[in-house]
Design a protein around this ligand. Structure first.
Ligand SMILES: [Zn+2]
Length: 339
């Protein structure tokens, strides 16, 4: 059989090959019966495909760079529009229109469009004030548990009662009207969380008849206290608001107060004090009564304000764990002894 004619090996680097052309070349190479010729033709084919891949990759890189630069100019324009001056790290050495490398900023020369007046704290909306996109992990609230897993309604109700009695010295029926001391950083009522969202959302605009400075000054103590300890995230604050994801008992969309997790890549939500029981029920009771350490780790993946002490109280009052402890079986409660 005669070897089919092959396309030339050398290609103009600007010439595109369609997938159909590449396939045709490949199958004609594959159809050669002489093994040596077939191998040579296949290698040629491979080279052509490789060339096409390289070209496509280069174009993709160029498009990505164009996208990045356009995004930079867009952000800058939005920043000017919002009345802001150029942040120091974004001062440029070149004219924006002629520059293809907006990332090579320089801090020594003032930007061309900067207003001569001194930098002023300019009101911005919450959305505009975000320095980077918020995390996108879905935010869910635990449902209200009345029973579940190995707990009957009666046991759950008794456990809820015992949990809040031990934790706060109040009945579970009083939880919704309970106002935690604001100095207690982890306990928050619904109203306090709503106030928190109000503060976060108006931190850059001011509100309630107060300008930005007065508004911040009024809420300074609150704000400092709510700031996460891991403040080395490179952000002004770790506190932000997110919308709830849809769940079984909710359509979602409700705004909730969040902060960043330790790694800074996820939003974790603040729970009001009445939801703490349900959150722990979901994590501990619904998942096989795992140890305090396991539960605490899961808590930290989801929630912003549930300290170890609350996990401890939950497990120490858990009827199943208490029973296991009394029976002397190995369970999480056993390990809590002596703590
Ligand atoms: Zn338990």
């Amino acid at each position: 059989m005669q070897a089919p004619e092959l396309p030339p090996m050398e290609m103009d680097s600007q010439t595109h090959r369609s997938v159909a052309e590449l396939m045709a070349q490949l199958s004609s190479a594959d159809s050669i019966t002489d093994p040596t010729q077939r191998d040579a033709a296949l290698i040629d084919s491979l080279r052509t495909i490789r060339q096409e891949l390289d070209m496509a990759q280069k174009e993709s890189n160029a498009a990505k760079a164009r996208l990045d630069n356009a995004q930079d100019v867009f952000n800058l324009a939005a920043h000017y529009l919002a009345g802001g001056s150029v942040p120091l790290e974004s001062s440029r050495t070149e004219d924006a229109a002629s520059s293809h490398h907006l990332h090579t900023y320089n801090t020594t020369k003032p930007p061309p469009l900067r207003e001569p007046s001194r930098t002023k704290l300019t009101p911005k909306s919450y959305e505009e004030s975000l320095e980077e996109p918020l995390p996108t992990n879905p935010i869910l609230m635990p449902p209200t548990y009345t029973s579940g897993a190995d707990l009957t309604e009666e046991m759950t109700s008794a456990h809820r009662e015992s949990f809040y009695r031990t934790l706060l010295g109040i009945s579970s029926s009083e939880v919704d009207s309970y106002i935690p001391n604001e100095k207690q950083p982890n306990l928050r009522s619904k109203a306090q969380l709503v106030e928190g969202m109000h503060i976060v959302e108006h931190w850059y605009t001011g509100a309630d008849g107060l300008d930005v400075g007065a508004f911040r000054s009024k809420h300074k103590t609150w704000y400092t206290r709510m700031k996460p300890n891991t403040s080395n995230l490179g952000r002004r604050t770790g506190i932000h608001v997110r919308a709830l994801a849809p769940s079984l008992d909710s359509e979602g969309g409700e705004t909730v107060l969040c902060r960043y997790n330790k790694e800074g890549n996820r939003s974790i939500v603040y729970l009001d004090v009445g939801k703490v029981y349900d959150a722990l029920f979901e994590i501990h009771t619904m998942d096989g009564h795992k140890s305090r350490e396991v539960c605490k780790a899961k808590v930290d993946e989801l929630y912003a304000n549930v300290p170890d002490g609350q996990v401890k109280v939950f497990i120490e009052t858990c009827p199943i764990c208490v029973e296991r402890k009394e029976e002397g079986k190995v369970g999480p409660v056993v390990r809590l002894e002596g703590l």
